[in-house]
Design a binder for this molecule. Structure first.
Ligand code: FES
Length: 571
């Protein structure tokens, strides 16, 4: 085994070695722990303000057990934690900031390997991005989904159930008392959202990328086997350090292709597009929007989970979890079988015998749950750099649609007008929301699945074409075109749409077209004015450097990796 990086701190027989060791000894660590054994950082996103990760201190104890068992020295450290439901203006605004915290915390401290504790939506990509820029041996561990929500004798899914119940209240079909009763029924155990929202999607991406031990995606947070997985993860990272199995050996182009294929097969979140592109950018693997369409769109959806289907993550675990899905992809000769995973095995070796216990939930490739899955990438004069839609969550009859635009310039304007009975809108219209992109919101909030007007809900309308530069919660559904690039706040064509313009959406032909002539568009362009850049702090740094959604919405100066070496001592 080569000399470990932690020994540049603890292996010194000089004043600096004294300094590095002595202050650590105030925690009671005996001198022999600094003898050259692997030091494992446990990067913890625990926070009471991130309810989905609130059990992570307990989970970290199981990781430590495994690290001790394998002869390592575990040291837990906190990083910025992003609670999807609590943070304003949106957790995504802080993903890149958290990734900088992770990167610098890993690089600056004496650790040889890292365990990433991830759960709530943005905590997964921010940790993977930051760690990838350091490229130490690293293993992921997700916190696990909550148990199924239960309400009035039925399953109730995180987010998805909320959007459904909200529509029922707005359509006058549910009383407010019942609505608020559901609040305590939806989230009744520790863990993250138990639909195939962004958290479960990203936990699946971690497993499909080979960045976790098999089974990571689906074991419920409260199942004892989640703690077992944590302990095994702790054992494994020590060996990964000894084998120098760093992140760049796992996160290859093949690994990202497996993630894209998997995202299609599970009916995963559109947010995975942005996060995977950002993670790939850090580790320097070329990945773009076209890869998602080319690899994912021909695939069927295999998994019957909300929001595309009816089951929840707890059921998915009992049905066999992600290994059963990966096996289907492997047997269909799609999985990049030789992609290396953190347990040192190619991914196919991990899943070739994976059982499935419920074919109504995990379908065979030959008998899919839905024939079309993946992310379709649309282009046209309304989205020259692309926009995305998730066909499996859309209404088939709306995938080719021409309609009159009803424009909302901001999210505030949308909220103030959508309940107005006098709003000039019918079910054939196309709802347009501007200024909700990476720069515009700021942070590209999950507001793209705009609520429908109550007067149409009362008529029984359940879906309409909606277009924006925003994102959408992975738990949401509908014929919703998202991530329009360039965004309105950067002067993209979306900024030039007026109410009354005709718009064509043609998903089979990948087209998103604004039917306004060039001369009119040029005149509108010359009248458009950008919003001022904020004057200070993170808002300013973010606004000046955030890239568009098709580039992963990372900051331009964070792309790439600088490794983990720090030459200078602290004193
Ligand atoms: Fe945390 Fe959904 S709000 S995972």
């Amino acid at each position: 085994m080569k000399k470990l990086r932690s020994q540049e701190w603890y292996g010194r027989q000089d004043r600096d070695g004294f300094l590095y060791r002595s202050w650590m000894k105030n925690q009671g660590w005996p001198h022999d722990l600094f003898d050259g054994r692997p030091v494992i950082g446990i990067c913890n996103t625990w926070s009471e303000l991130t309810p989905c990760n609130a059990h992570f201190r307990e989970l970290a104890e199981f990781v430590k057990r495994g690290v001790w068992e394998a002869g390592g020295f575990p040291l837990e450290f906190p990083v910025m934690s992003l609670g999807e439901t609590q943070l304003r203006p949106t957790a995504m605004f802080f993903r890149n900031l958290a990734s900088m915290d992770v990167e610098e915390s890993i690089r600056g401290n004496p650790m040889d390997g890292v365990v990433l504790l991830m759960g709530c939506d943005k905590t997964t990509p921010s940790l993977l991005m930051g760690a990838a820029s350091c490229d130490l041996p690293t293993i992921g561990l997700s916190g696990g989904p909550m148990l199924n929500g239960k309400f009035h004798g039925k399953d109730l899914g995180s987010g998805t159930g909320l959007w459904q119940l909200t529509d029922e209240v707005r359509a006058g079909k549910m009383k407010l008392e019942e609505f608020f009763e559901a609040e305590s029924c939806m989230h009744r155990s520790k863990g993250h959202c138990m639909t195939m929202g962004t958290a479960s999607t990203m936990a699946s991406m971690v497993e499909a990328l080979g960045m976790s031990l098999p089974g990571n995606a689906a074991i419920p947070a409260v199942d004892a086997r989640r703690n077992t997985l944590a302990q095994l993860t702790g054992r494994r990272i020590v060996q990964m350090v000894k084998d120098d199995l760093c992140m760049s050996k796992i996160l290859t182009r093949e690994a990202f292709e497996n993630a894209i294929l998997t995202n299609a097969a599970i009916g995963g979140s559109t947010n995975a597009v942005i996060h995977l592109i950002a993670i790939a950018g850090r580790i320097r693997v070329p990945l773009n929007l076209t890869d998602f369409d080319k690899l994912g769109s021909p695939l069927p959806c295999l998994v019957n989970i909300q929001p595309s289907g009816r089951y929840l993550m707890e059921d998915f675990f009992y049905a066999g979890g992600l290994p059963a899905v990966l096996r289907e992809l492997g047997e269909a000769n799609l999985l990049r079988r030789n992609a290396l995973t953190v347990n040192g095995q190619p991914i196919w070796k991990n899943v070739a015998e994976a059982p499935c216990w419920n074919r109504d939930l995990i379908h065979r490739f030959a008998e899919p749950f839905k024939p079309h899955a993946g992310i379709a990438v649309l282009r046209g004069n309304l989205a020259p750099d692309g926009a995305v839609i998730k066909p499996s969550a859309a209404s088939p009859q709306l995938l080719q649609h021409r309609g009159r635009a009803v424009v909302f310039e901001t999210i505030e304007q949308f909220h103030s007008r959508i309940n107005d009975e006098a709003l000039d809108i019918d079910e054939s219209c196309v709802m347009i929301l501007k200024n909700c992109g990476p720069r515009g919101y700021p942070g590209m909030a999950e507001v793209g699945n705009m609520m429908l007007p109550p007067k149409l809900l009362r008529k029984g309308v359940t879906d309409m074409v909606r277009i924006s530069d925003a994102r959408m919660s992975g738990t949401a559904y509908g014929t919703v075109v998202l991530h329009v690039c360039p965004e309105a706040a950067m002067g993209g064509p979306l900024a030039l749409v007026h109410s009354g313009d005709m718009i064509t959406l043609d998903v089979p032909n990948r087209l998103l077209q604004l039917e306004v002539n060039e001369e009119t568009l040029n005149r509108r362009r010359s009248e458009w004015r950008p919003a001022p850049i904020p004057e200070r702090g993170w808002q300013k740094l973010y606004a000046e450097h955030v890239m568009q959604a098709d580039k992963g919405a990372d900051l331009d100066f964070l792309v790439g990796r600088s490794g983990a070496r720090v030459a200078r001592d602290s004193h």
